[in-house]
Structure formats: C-alpha cells, structure tokens
Design a protein around this ligand. Structure first.
Ligand code: NAP
Length: 278
C-alpha cells in the first residue's frame, strides 16, 4: 500500500484548500510546532512538519523550549498559542522530556486547535464517532484502508499496541467502521493465535520485526505503523509479503499519511475557526 502516493494527493487537496482560505479571508493557515528539548528524532520530525506546511502554502510557527522546561512553562506556552487567533493548530512533539507531565500539557490545547488529536476531549469524540481532528496516525491509516477499498464492515481486526495516540484511537475508529476488534498489548496471552485469526492486522508496538510472517493469515491486510531505527517497521515485511493481500512498507506506508493528515486537519481547523465552508 503506497502511503507516499496517497499522501501526495492529500497534500495537493490541502494546498488547494489553503488557496481558497487565503483568497476568501486573507489569512494564511498556521500550524505551531512545539519542541521541548533536543531529541534528534523530534528535531527531524518537527522540521519535516514545518517543511510540509510551507509546501502547501501554510505558515509554520516554530516554538522551541529548553530540555529543562517545566510542565507549567509548557502549559503557559501552549496557552499563548491557544489565545493567538493567527495560530490554527498546535502540535506538541512527543516524546517530551521526562519531568514534564505530558497529558497535563496536552490538555492545555483547545479542542478546535488539537490537530494532532492528543487531548482527552478529542479521544472521547473519536471513541464516540463524533467529528474531531483525530490522532493523525490512526486517521491516516483509515484513509489508506479506504483508498484500497479494504472492507472493514464485519472484518476481524487485531490492533497490537494500546497507546493513547495510536492503538486506542485506532481500535475505536475500526469499531466505528463496524469491524470487530481485539486490542492487544504487552500482557496479552496467545498473541500469535489472535493475530492468525485477523483479517486486518495493525502493528503499533515499537519493536523491530515483532510481528512474524507465520502469524499472518493468508489474505490478511497488514498495516505496519511501527518505525524503528534503521527504517525498520514492527512487521517482518519480507516474510509477511507472501501471506498478506495488502501490506504497508516502512518507510513509505503509514509515515507519510501521518504528516499529510496533520496538514489536512490543520487546514480544516483554520477554515472552521474562520467560519468558512470548504
Ligand atoms: P508506545 O506508546 O510505546 O506503545 C507501544 C504499545 O505496544 C504498548 O501498548 C505496549 O503494551 C505494546 N507492546 C509492547 N510490547 C508488546 C508485546 N511484547 N506484545 C504486545 N504488545 C506490546 O508506542 P506508540 O507511540 O504507540 O508507537 C508504536 C510504534 O509506532 C512505534 O514504532 C512508533 O515509532 C510508531 N509510530 C509511528 C508513527 C508514524 O507516523 N509512522 C507515529 C507514531 C508512532 P503496554 O501498553 O502493555 O505497555
């Protein structure tokens, strides 16, 4: 499944929406990326996100805070962005350094600017199937599944990983699409046999080549959300190619869809805040 190709298309549509917003209001949609500390991967991710903003004609707002920042300082910074009408989306790059209480900081993002889907309000709306700027990786995965006409209604899906930004919202989105879902995690017993029964497998574990080829049912759709050092996913890609009917590569599968979804959601957030229907 070619995430790069679909992401390009999503970004083209987003760029056209940006043009419409600019000509109707004179306002340039803006995404603030907040980076705390100097984690090299986080620096790269925020740079990539700002670059994508520029490519579609949006305004990136770059906020960098020292590694020793406190939860209060981060909350204050987010509060300033929340109050700024020229900023339409706020992304706090995670992981944030340890002493910061991440969820407390996230909750300072108003739901209408929570374009990365990290607040409890957004997760609640996602679970209930209400309109929301949902967490970008699972939302991007749903777009990929739709693009490839994967039948979710009545399908059996195994989601491996239960993080608040990936596994949990993913399971909710699949349930809302009428799949039957088993949400697996590190305490799950008999994981291979659960995966063997699944029509759709979502790997979101953070362990290189964790999902083995022998776990994959013939004809299953395999989505590898993992990203590990050395461009390696959470699935044994080479081995799983044979049984899978569709599979995402790493890189070039889920990753590009995550950023494209973030950009598209920010454009939609700007339109909503400006009272425009696109
Ligand atoms: P996370 O917060 O570390 O969560 C990992 C999940 O995997 C946890 O729920 C954990 O279970 C579960 N797990 C760990 N060992 C397991 C085992 N042996 N068997 C079954 N489940 C196990 O990670 P995350 O943020 O969700 O990210 C997951 C992966 O996706 C990472 O590789 C990350 O780099 C990647 N990712 C990619 C994108 C993208 O844009 N492509 C975006 C975000 C994340 P417990 O809850 O029991 O600990």
């Amino acid at each position: 499944m070619d995430g790069r190709r679909l992401a390009k298309r999503v970004l083209l549509v987003a760029a056209a929406k940006v043009e419409r917003i600019k000509s109707a209001t004179g306002v340039t949609p803006a995404l603030a990326t907040v980076l705390v500390g100097d984690n090299p991967a986080s620096i790269t991710y925020t740079r990539m996100k700002r670059k994508r903003c520029e490519e579609v004609g949006m305004r990136p707002v770059r906020i960098e805070m020292p590694a020793g920042s406190t939860t209060e300082q981060l909350v204050e910074q987010i509060g300033r962005l929340a109050d700024d009408p020229a900023v339409h989306g706020i992304l706090v790059q995670h992981p944030v350094p340890k002493p910061i209480e991440k969820q407390i900081a996230f909750e300072a993002i108003p739901i209408e600017k929570d374009v990365d889907g990290v607040t409890s309000g957004t997760l609640g709306r996602t679970i209930l199937g209400l309109p929301a700027f949902a967490s970008c990786t699972p939302a991007g995965i749903i777009r990929l599944l739709r693009e490839y006409n994967v039948e979710l209604d009545g399908a059996y899906a195994a989601v491996i990983g239960r993080s608040p930004i990936l596994g949990r919202p993913m399971a909710s989105m699949l349930i809302n699409a009428h799949a039957t879902v088993t949400l697996c995690h590190s305490r799950t017993r008999s994981l291979p046999s659960i995966v063997r029964g699944a029509d759709v497998v979502i790997a979101a574990v953070g362990k290189p080549r964790f999902v083995q080829a022998g776990w994959i049912k013939v004809g299953a759709v395999v989505i590898d959300a993992g990203y590990n050092e050395g461009n390696v996913g959470d699935v044994d890609f080479e081995g799983a190619l044979e049984p899978a009917s569709l599979i995402t590569p790493v890189p070039g599968g889920v990753g590009p869809m995550t950023i494209a979804t973030l950009i598209d959601q920010t454009v939609d957030a700007a339109a909503l805040q400006l009272g425009l229907t696109l």
